[in-house]
Design a binder for this molecule. Structure first.
Ligand code: SF4
Ligand SMILES: [Zn+2]
Ligand SMILES: [Zn+2]
Length: 324
């Protein structure tokens, strides 16, 4: 028997076993928007005075987040970094097209696009191959480039807050991995909000309490087109293996993931109340000016060939504005 919406008795599009809540398309959208607002306030992520930049990948989570923040009336724009990843189906081109299509439907917002190969002369896989970082996988180079460029662009364009679309499944997989390895430093920093510090924007994850199937359902009922395929390099990642394990646990014990995450956040308040980050003196990078732990060049600038380095100082994303 198909379930009915708890609020209006119409057919439900989703049944959230962990909340014992089934909702129709309209009431589910309303629920996601209201819950997001609640999390933003609860974790003091940002206010209506802050300028927020959402890192969009063309996937369901980041586009859904952008959509919800616009509905809530925040000052929010998107940032897409073109990584130059093909994977046999034009992954990066398709991702960019999805972000542009979204921006074109929303005249009140702007998409900033920075294409890494055009700007720095190499795609992410090419940078990884040249520098031989990451044992044949470009993910460590990719993470480094994304962190640097997102932070630099947020700063240059005057955004106070960088938001990402990480969902509960992402957060729990990382938490599980960090716990298995007792990565205490990572655990101390795993939170819905990472406060700003000199040279670094505040980082927030407003979707950290939504299951992946909830963000996917939201994107579908809102008619948001997104890239279904994952990045081809995501295959075989350890976090995907942990996600599968955790899905088995969730199937037996609905709500187990949410409980694990929320209980961690609670324990974190006492466990890490007196946690002091190892004090590392930061210096401005000689090339790009961003804070770095060793005097001289930051890791991103060191990654670039010498003749390309000066480009970092002037690299600005292009703006995609709706033509509506
Ligand atoms: S999976 Fe793809 S997008 Fe993610 S870090 Fe690796 S290369 Fe980058
Ligand atoms: Zn309803
Ligand atoms: Zn630098």
């Amino acid at each position: 028997m198909p379930r009915k919406c708890r609020k209006c008795q119409r057919p439900a599009v989703i049944n959230m076993r962990q909340h014992k809540l089934a909702l129709c398309a309209d009431h589910f959208q309303e629920w996601v928007v209201n819950q997001t607002e609640r999390f933003i306030k609860k974790y003091r992520m940002f206010t209506h005075d802050d300028r927020v930049l959402v890192a969009v990948s063309g996937g369901k989570d980041s586009l859904a987040l952008w959509d919800v923040l616009l509905q809530l009336g925040y000052q929010v724009d998107g940032l897409y970094l073109g990584l130059g990843i093909d994977g046999g189906f034009g992954y990066s081109d398709e991702s960019r097209a999805m972000c542009q299509a979204f921006a074109e439907k929303h005249p009140e917002t702007t998409l900033h696009v920075l294409d890494i190969p055009t700007t720095y002369g190499e795609s992410i896989p090419e940078m990884a191959a040249r520098t031989r970082r990451g044992k044949g996988k470009p993910c460590s180079v990719c993470g480094l480039v994304k962190r640097h460029e997102m932070n630099r662009i947020a700063h240059d364009l005057g955004y106070h807050v960088l938001a990402t679309g990480h969902n509960l499944d992402d957060e729990v997989a990382v938490l599980f991995q960090n716990t298995l390895n007792w990565q205490v430093g990572y655990l101390a920093r795993q939170a819905p909000v990472l406060p700003e510090s000199p040279g670094f924007a505040r980082k927030v994850k407003p979707f950290c309490r939504f299951y992946e199937r909830e963000t996917a359902t939201y994107a579908i009922v809102r008619g948001i087109d997104y890239v279904y395929d994952e990045c081809p390099f995501a295959e075989g990642a350890t976090t995907i293996y942990y996600k599968e394990l955790l899905n088995r646990l969730e199937a037996d014990k609905p709500g187990a993931k949410l409980h694990f995450y929320l209980a961690f956040l609670k324990a974190r308040e006492t466990l890490f109340a007196h946690w002091q980050e190892e004090h590392v003196e930061l210096h401005p990078c000689e090339n790009c000016g961003q804070p770095t732990s060793a005097p001289g060049l930051c890791t991103f600038c060191r990654l670039l060939p010498e003749e390309v380095r000066p480009r970092v100082r002037h690299a600005q994303p292009i703006m995609v504005k709706s033509m509506l």
